[in-house]
Design a protein around this ligand. Structure first.
Ligand code: BG6
Length: 478
């Protein structure tokens, strides 16, 4: 899908996100031939840098985050020549005239706010005051979109004072992941799944986003957020929406987002017994959460597991179990749709219990597996086994599939195309906070402490119990 010529200004252009994700992503799109001839990228930050020094800095970032072996000197030079730099004071007046002078007419103007959320308002205001942005411009912002409903509303109001909702691109990078988009293709592009996609046939759904990393290095931010604000309110909630939503009439931004919003609004409040919060302890050389955030009294959770109910016609009676945590056994994100038992086993009790499970692997090893039951080969009688109908995207799609685009590449290009389908709308963000707020307030009021778990495990024992007590089991993290 073609991309219009653009001027993309990255505020925070020398920052970590820009160096680690945004610019390497843009470079890959450039190499893929997706960046139009007259597209430019303008880094903006406080330090005083010449274009050449900025290019040298970004060259280093590309080498660091893409790897020297994967870079071509020629292409890198061509890409870097698209880069410019403006020193700017987000909270003052310096640099804005220079930026205004640099912007071109008749190209898409996009502004990536890769800065602390506290600066969003100031930036939005100055973009207008200095005539840098116009009514066609787009702004891109990253989470956190507030830390509760009130602050999210405040942020939405601030942005709305300067930009229309159709100009605002709120990134949830999970929506840019290839498999996450594939979820919609699988659900709505096939006739096989949708008739079974409801509480009549689905016993339960599991969503797991397990990480091996701890919070070291960003403890300051994390300790004020915890897993609920950092992962559940946004990424896991979005996955849940895509799994649970009704088919939109068209794959259009507002139609998709309307359906997601309905799911969030249909979420029941969560019972206290249906939530497990954990915090990683120390093990061997691995520091504890307390040590990582440098606060022995912290009661912030680094793990959470919950049982949720989407209270609507399709899902009444089917629980959704979601969990996410740091310092777990493996980096593994997947969604498992566990179907119900066949209504009657003609093979008798000896054949055992067999269930179809559709597993959607987000990372690593993106792909999908459908577990089906067949007869065990051989003359030993009618014995049943479960075998995977496996589809790894890398295998199915040929040699290019190991170059599956990173979430940011896809999303930044969608901004340029003016396609908001994979971005969160303001009302979705608010609805998600409206659901998480009472849960978090309860913990804070009662000063609930999380239970400890061992690094390298699947989380606290209590998380396993959440399913055991209902005769179910988490899928293994390995
Ligand atoms: C971020 C969270 O949004 O997502 C991090 O702030 C988390 O805490 C990260 O590690 C996970 O993203 P990914 O793409 O590595 O699964």
């Amino acid at each position: 899908i073609p991309v219009d010529p653009f001027d993309l200004v990255i505020f925070g252009g020398t920052g970590d996100l820009a160096r680690r994700k945004i610019l390497p992503g843009l470079y890959r799109r450039f190499v893929a031939g997706q960046m139009p001839e007259d597209a430019r990228i303008i880094g903006a930050a406080r330090s005083d840098l010449a274009d050449e020094s900025y290019r040298a800095d970004i060259r280093e970032a590309l080498v660091e985050f893409i790897g020297k072996g994967k870079l071509s000197e020629e292409q890198m030079a061509a890409f870097l020549s698209r880069l410019h730099y403006v020193a700017i004071d987000a909270t003052g007046e310096s640099g804005w005239k220079a930026l205004a002078a640099l912007m071109r007419e008749n190209v898409v103007r996009a502004f990536y706010f890769s800065v602390a959320p506290g600066l969003f308002g100031e930036l939005a205001e100055r973009l207008h005051a200095h005539g840098v942005a116009n009514s066609e411009s787009r702004i891109v912002i990253e989470k956190p979109f507030g830390r509760d409903l009130e602050s999210a509303r405040e942020l939405n109001r601030t942005l709305a004072a300067h930009f229309d909702e159709t100009q605002i691109y709120r990134i949830d990078h999970y929506l840019g992941k290839e498999t996450v988009q594939n979820l919609m293709a699988v659900r709505f592009g096939n006739v096989l799944f949708e008739p079974l996609w409801n509480s009549q046939y689905v016993d339960h759904i599991q969503i797991t986003v397990a990480e091996t990393v701890g919070v070291g290095g960003r403890g300051g931010y994390y300790d004020r957020s915890g897993a609920m604000r950092d992962m559940v309110q946004n990424h896991l909630m979005q996955l849940l929406c895509l799994i649970a939503m009704e088919p939109p009439a068209r794959f259009e931004p507002d139609e998709v987002r309307d359906e997601k919003l309905k799911v969030i609004r249909a979420l029941e409040p969560v019972e206290r017994d249906d939530i497990v919060r954990g915090q990683y302890a120390a093990k061997g050389k691995i520091a504890s959460y307390h040590a990582d955030v440098d606060d022995d009294d912290s009661i912030t959770e680094s793990f959470i597991a919950m049982k949720l109910h989407v209270s609507n016609w399709r899902w009444a009676g089917t629980p959704f179990y979601v969990r996410t945590g740091k310092r777990l056994r493996a980096r593994q994100s997947e969604i498992a749709v566990v179907f119900k038992d066949a209504p009657h086993s003609i093979f008798g009790a000896a054949a055992g219990r067999h269930r179809n499970i559709l597993t959607i692997r987000l990372q690593p090893n993106e792909g999908m597996t459908l577990g089906v039951t067949i007869k065990e080969p051989g003359p030993g009688g009618m014995r049943l086994v479960d075998v995977p109908l496996d589809m790894s995207f890398a295998d199915a799609l040929g040699p290019d599939a190991d170059e599956i685009p990173e979430a940011y590449e896809r999303l930044v290009m969608d901004v340029m195309r003016g396609n908001q389908t994979l971005f969160m709308r303001g009302d979705e963000v608010e609805a998600a906070w409206a659901w998480t707020d009472p849960i978090i307030e309860g913990w804070e009021r009662r000063e609930d402490a999380p239970v400890p778990y061992e690094p390298g495990s699947s989380g606290p024992e209590e998380s396993a119990m959440l399913l055991h007590r209902e005769n179910r089991r988490w899928r293994e993290i390995r």
